[in-house]
Ligand binder design. Structure first.
Ligand SMILES: *Cc1c(COP(=O)(O)O)cnc(C)c1O
Length: 466
């Protein structure tokens, strides 16, 4: 399987290189040159498979000959056996034909575990084979950092440095990162804000001379293709549980960088009957404004009760734009160059084509809280604020009540106790057993000034510090 860039200029790469690279050299994102397609008969034959068996069938065509089938099966078994529910991605029913798929049963209680638990293993496998080492450098305002740390803690060939803004992430989120005691895990609290952290990461990727050529940086954000790939699986899993592929499904997806929902779009293209995908955003609603009015325009960042969706631009949306433009990289490049300067639209027929599958809604903090309260009162079921946005958008955008509507439950409510309190509920969401002692564990992190030279010096000094 070859991977090409959405901007049409960078050379095509194989799976291993795509895994180890962030952006393509032309600034684009990698996508498969062609997608595998499964017949209804083949999908039907997967009923009753375990999560990891299903994952193998769906992902192996993408990994191809980079990893022998038996090794890949073993890797998937290990990855998904650490999840805290036998079904890995269990469904919970909210109403007669309405469901939440709980994607927060992994070690860090958010859906990012599905991809990052696998990514750590894939990286280590490929690096072992190539006798290479990488440094993962990332900035986090919450979920990505903890999932990446958890996913890479056992890697022999990876050191990971996660920058978070000092005293500006929630205590649960900070402790999930800083209580992991492995020698290759390094937490840096920067005396600055999230943007400062992100800027340092970006600049370091642009100029890696501080590593003196002894190792290289690798990315774990959702521009990494392997993350998208791993997220395709649970759309198939949900469908197969509810009568698919012999009936179509609708999904509502709490969305920030458009990674998770792009995986749903790929599932459809690979043969899974999906009749509707709902893009659920918070007040940072660039995607909703595009889907409802064909205008793509950056606004100021707003801080909301659903921080993992607080974005200004949506990086993976480029992957959809590539398809909407008939996979013309030059057209995507021109569009995005224009978009960095002001509002843009796409041709009406292209936009209408997208609207056949996608609907969208933007849900503010008040409606988020109302939904958390309503669902708790009706079902005694607690939603986290991100999932609540998905449920609300699903209800607002529903086209056909005979089609099962499945909202992706992206985080465990115990990660966001403030939102539950703000919803006026006195019930306290409890951390699962494996995390019950989180507040007693010892923390390890280094506080550094908001200064890139100091941060780079720290990384140069501490990687491979075994
Ligand atoms: C990352 C995240 C999202 C957004 O996912 P994207 O793939 O960026 O759209 C939604 N909810 C939670 C809890 C997250 O951590």
């Amino acid at each position: 399987m070859r991977y090409i860039s959405t901007r049409g200029e960078a050379p095509a790469l194989g799976f291993e290189d795509v895994l180890l690279t962030g952006l393509a050299t032309d600034g684009g994102l990698f996508v498969p040159e062609s997608l595998p397609h499964f017949s209804l008969e083949e999908i039907r034959s997967w009923r009753g498979l375990s999560y990891s068996e299903l994952a193998f069938n769906i992902m192996h065509p993408f990994v191809d000959d980079a990893i022998p089938a038996d090794d890949f099966r073993k890797m998937l078994d290990e990855t998904y056996s650490v999840f805290g529910h036998k079904a890995v991605a269990p469904l919970v029913q909210l109403d007669s034909n309405e469901w939440v798929m709980e994607l927060f049963r992994g070690p860090t209680l958010a859906f990012k575990d599905f991809a990052l638990q696998l990514l750590g293993r894939l990286l280590d496998y490929v690096l072992e084979k190539r006798k290479q080492h990488v440094v993962i450098m990332g900035a986090t305002s919450g979920d990505t950092g903890s999932a990446a740390i958890e996913g890479c803690r056992r890697c022999k060939h990876v050191d990971i440095f996660i920058l978070h803004p000092h005293e500006r992430v929630s205590e649960v989120q900070r402790r999930q990162m800083t209580t992991v005691t492995c020698k290759n895990i390094h937490n840096i609290a920067v005396r600055g804000n999230f943007d400062d952290c992100q800027r340092m990461v970006k600049e370091s990727f642009g100029n890696q001379s501080f590593l003196e050529g002894k190792t290289q940086l690798a990315a774990v954000n959702s521009i990494n293709w392997a993350r998208i790939m791993a997220q395709i699986v649970y759309y198939f899993q949900a469908s197969l549980s509810l009568g698919g592929p012999d009936r179509s499904m609708a999904f509502s997806v709490p969305t920030g960088n458009f990674g998770d929902i792009f995986a749903g779009y790929l599932a459809k293209k690979m043969g899974l009957p999906i009749s509707q995908l709902v893009i659920a955003t918070n007040r940072n609603d660039i995607l909703h404004r595009f889907m409802s009015g064909n205008k793509y325009e950056q606004h100021q960042l707003e801080h909301t009760l659903s921080p993992s969706m607080d974005i200004m631009v949506s990086s993976n949306f480029e992957r959809l734009l590539f398809d909407l433009h008939g996979r013309d990289g030059q057209a995507v490049k021109e569009l995005l160059e224009k978009a960095s300067k002001g509002p843009v639209s796409i041709e009406d027929y292209r936009w209408k084509h997208a609207r056949k599958l996608f609907d969208s809604d933007a849900v503010d903090d008040k409606a988020t809280c109302d939904t958390i309260r309503e669902i708790y009162e009706q079902n005694e079921y607690l939603l986290d604020p991100h999932t609540a946005i998905g449920v609300k958008a699903a209800r607002n955008c529903r086209r056909d009540s005979s089609v099962p509507m499945i909202t992706l439950g992206t985080a465990h409510p115990a990660k966001f106790p403030d939102a539950i309190a703000e919803a006026g509920l006195t019930v306290k969401p409890e951390l699962p057993a494996h995390m019950a002692d989180l507040f007693e564990r010892e923390e390890h992190y280094t506080v550094l000034d908001n200064n890139i030279a100091g941060v780079q010096e720290f990384i140069a000094k501490h990687w491979k510090n075994t």
